[in-house]
Structures are given as structure tokens and as C-alpha cells.
Design a protein around this ligand. Structure first.
Ligand code: 9WN
Length: 443
């Protein structure tokens, strides 16, 4: 590995394409070859963005496979299990979702969700299809028409079931739903959970990383499994889950993705003549954008999550505090957030190997440089931030994120996450969404 050698865009493109091939299970892409041998919902969206750069039809297949697993309620599950029954814990059996009335026939999935990046991925597929023209355009546009109702049902489910009071923030019931599993954002809510009896378990994740301390610990896992059990006991029934779980948090970053994605889906709706749906989606976008903006702490300038059970704000300095940059909106708020992001507690923190935002600010006491969501840099998130900045015409910041990301990814390891000061890839290597991010940055 030599992250500093200069590398051609062609070399990076072909190495990233190879990683997506290695992870290709036919009609779905595993999130990583060993650590994650199944399809994850928000990973699949980023993977589709990358695949759209190499094969529009294969990108369509990815999203189509995910949508096939959509529950009858509209929820898109966070894991769609492949046939690899032993490679990952907790697997389908431990999830207990077989007893859920809303699980589609013949599908094996988890019973929770992840942030709705999918409409953004669909937008990329349609755009690449149109750029390429011919069969790619036909496939992409046909998929848009075929799948639109599924995405609409997904957004409606989030807007109603997960924000019943219309506050403009999505409520989550497990740290896994945020995608930021063990982020210090969730330390407060998890600290108050006292798990009941959890049957013994053998983790597999720790077998696939160089050092177990790069992953959550066993006490954290016991709580993760406890929450799954609580939901399984009520058969993952939406009406019952909220009262059954010990974790109820309004996730500001999830909500920001909901806002951004609803806007994108509204644009796609208008293109296929679904004007009323477009209007509904635009008002969802406005509601969640306002919800996100309402959480900003005037003292720090960062957006916050809200712990529903403890009735308190969560102000830990994590990258999720930049949710308004993803959601878009008030120019003054966004300008202040960009200044913060470029400042000394984030991208400008002294000594960073690459000027990219760590998952937790190195200036925070909660920062751990090698532990998963407690500090390392996650490449897919930088792509998302870059996409949002491009949407808002912030080309200087897009260029900064792009050039630092390309440098980071030139090690060709496609790490799941990176140590912020050394640039060392951690977690799994050959991680699919990291490769996809590289493909999209290369363009
Ligand atoms: C649990 C697949 C997923 C990502 C998440 C990331 C990690 C799973 C795990 O891997 O979570 O869902 O087993 O640790 O935190 O964001 O989608 O890459």
C-alpha cells in the first residue's frame, strides 16, 4: 500500500470495478466479501450509484432486488439475506422476522430499516442512462416507471409510521437503523438499556477485522440483540414496536436524507407525470428539512438527535451534526455549517492525513481514531456530502472533498473506514460502497 503514489483515474476505476465484481452475488452485491455477505439497504443505494458508472442495467438490477424485499407496509429492510447462511451474525433465524406478517413471501430479511438514499441512487441511474442513450436510457426509464410506486410507498411509510406527530424527524428503534451503529450519538440511549435474557451468541464480525477493537464490543452487541428480541416479540408489527423497544430516538441524519431524497423523488415523479405525488413528496421534503433545521444547537452550530424516552437532546460532536448540509435549505444555516466543516474541529483539524471529516470530531472527548463510528473517516459519507454540496452549487467544497477522497482511495484497499491521522484502512477491505464512491468520484 502506498497512498501517496500518483495513480491514474483509469487504475482507480478498474480497481473499484473489480471490487464490485468480487462482491457481485448475481442480482445483489454483498456489502463486503467476508464481513457482510448480504445486501444492506443504504449500501445498495451507493453501490447502485457506482454501478451506474459501469453498467446501467446492473445498477437497475441492484435496486430491483432491494425493492423485491420491500415489506407490505412499505418498509425497505436493512438487510436482505443472501444464501450465505453462516457468514454473518445475526442471521435470518436470529432476527425472528419469519413471524412478521409484512415480510414478503420467499424473502429473508431483517426487520428494521436504514436511511432512504434510494431515490438519490435512482436519480443517478436515470441520469447515466440518459447520458449514454440507447438501451441504457430505455432500461433506466422503464425502471423508473416500474419502481416509482415502491419508492413512494417507502417514503410514505417513513413519513407516517416513523413520524406520526409530523415533527419532521424520523424515529429509529435501533442504532443499526441509523447506519451509525455504535456512534457516540447513541451512548446515552444505550446506557439506559438494561437487557433482559439474551440467548448466547457467537459473533462472526470480529473474525474479519485485524483487531476486534475496530468493532463494537460484546456488551454493545448484547444490547443490539436485546432490541431485536423486543421487536421480534411483537412480530415487528409497526403499531406495537414503538411501545415495545427500549430505544427511541429521532435521528437527525436519517431525517436529512429523507428530506433530500424526497425532493429528488419529487423531481422524478414530475418527470413521469405524477404531479400530485410530486407535490406530496415536496411537502415531505419541506417538513423534514424544517425538522432538521429545528434541531441545530445555537451554541455549536451542529444539528442534534433527540432521545424520545429520556426527553433530551443529543449534542455529541459527530459528523451527523452536518445533517442540514445534506437536507439543504436556509442559505445562512448552510453557510455557517460549511464554515464549521472546513474549520479546526473538522476538516481543518491539525494532522489529519486527508482533509476529510472524521465520524466523530477529534476535538471531542468521545473520539476514538480506530473504532468504527467513534472516529474513523467513512468514504461513502464524503460522497453523500459532496453530492449535497454539488446540488447546492458549492463547487469549491465539492472539489475539496473530491480531491481528498481520491487521494485517500488511491491506496486501492477500499477500506470500510479509515484512521483519520494515518490514513490506514480499517474494518473490512474491498468494501462495496467504498468502491462505488471511488467510481462516482472518478466520474
Ligand atoms: C449492521 C454494511 C453495514 C452498514 C452500516 C455499518 C455496518 C452492520 C454491522 O455495516 O452495520 O447493520 O454488522 O456492523 O455500520 O452503516 O450499512 O456495510
Amino acid at each position: 500500500m502506498n497512498p501517496t503514489r500518483s495513480l491514474s483515474m483509469e487504475e482507480l476505476r478498474s480497481a473499484a470495478t473489480e471490487v464490485l465484481k468480487v462482491n457481485d452475488l448475481g442480482t445483489m452485491t454483498s456489502a463486503a466479501p467476508n464481513l457482510y455477505p448480504h445486501m444492506w439497504s443504504w449500501d445498495a443505494a451507493f453501490v447502485a450509484i457506482g454501478l451506474a458508472r459501469t453498467s446501467v442495467p446492473r445498477a437497475v438490477t441492484e435496486l430491483r432486488s432491494l425493492l423485491k424485499a420491500q415489506w407490505s407496509t412499505g418498509m425497505i429492510p436493512h438487510i436482505v439475506f443472501s444464501d450465505n447462511h453462516t457468514g454473518y451474525f445475526p442471521g435470518f433465524d436470529r432476527w425472528g422476522t419469519a413471524g412478521a406478517a409484512a415480510l414478503p413471501e420467499g424473502i429473508k430479511s431483517s426487520g428494521i430499516c436504514q436511511p432512504p438514499v434510494h431515490a438519490i441512487a435512482l436519480r443517478h441511474i436515470v441520469d447515466r442512462g440518459r447520458e449514454n442513450g440507447g438501451a441504457d436510457q430505455e432500461v433506466a426509464e422503464a425502471f423508473l416507471a416500474e419502481s416509482f410506486d415502491g419508492w413512494l410507498a417507502w417514503h410514505r411509510w417513513l413519513a407516517t409510521v416513523r413520524d406520526p406527530d409530523g415533527v419532521g424527524l424520523v424515529e429509529i428503534h435501533h442504532g443499526w437503523e441509523s447506519g451509525f451503529d455504535n456512534s457516540p450519538r447513541w451512548d446515552g440511549p444505550y446506557s439506559r438499556i438494561v437487557p433482559g435474557t439474551v440467548p448466547p451468541f457467537t459473533r462472526r464480525d470480529v473474525l474479519h477485522v485485524a483487531d476486534a477493537s475496530e468493532r463494537p464490543d460484546d456488551a454493545e452487541y448484547t444490547k443490539y440483540l436485546w432490541l431485536v428480541q423486543q421487536m421480534a416479540e411483537v412480530r415487528f408489527d409497526d403499531a406495537a414496536v414503538q411501545d415495545a423497544v427500549d430505544f427511541r430516538v429521532r435521528d437527525v441524519f436519517f431525517s436529512a436524507i429523507m428530506a433530500a431524497s424526497s425532493d429528488v423523488l419529487a423531481g422524478l415523479a414530475a418527470e413521469i407525470g405524477r404531479d400530485q405525488d410530486a407535490e406530496e413528496l415536496r411537502s415531505m421534503a419541506t417538513r423534514f428539512r424544517e425538522g432538521v433545521a429545528s434541531t441545530v444547537d445555537p451554541a455549536t452550530g451542529l444539528a442534534r438527535d433527540y432521545d424520545v424516552l429520556a426527553r433530551e437532546w443529543i449534542g455529541t460532536e459527530t459528523v451527523s451534526g452536518f445533517a442540514p448540509l445534506v437536507a439543504g435549505g436556509d442559505p445562512a444555516l448552510l453557510a455557517a455549517q460549511r464554515e464549521l466543516l472546513l474549520g479546526p474541529r473538522w476538516m481543518g483539524f491539525p494532522g489529519l492525513r486527508f482533509a476529510l471529516p472524521p465520524s466523530t470530531s477529534p476535538a471531542s472527548e468521545a473520539f476514538r481514531p480506530r473504532t468504527y463510528w467513534r472516529g474513523p473517516v467513512w468514504p461513502f459519507l464524503n460522497l453523500l456530502l459532496g453530492w449535497a454540496c454539488a446540488r447546492d452549487g458549492e463547487t469549491a467544497l465539492v472539489d475539496a472533498l473530491r480531491s481528498a477522497s481520491l487521494e485517500q482511495l488511491s491506496d486501492l484497499q477500499f477500506g470500510e473506514y479509515y484512521e483519520p491521522f494515518t490514513g490506514e484502512p480499517l474494518g473490512s477491505l474491498a468494501q462495496a460502497w467504498t468502491a462505488a464512491a471511488a467510481l462516482e468520484w472518478v466520474g
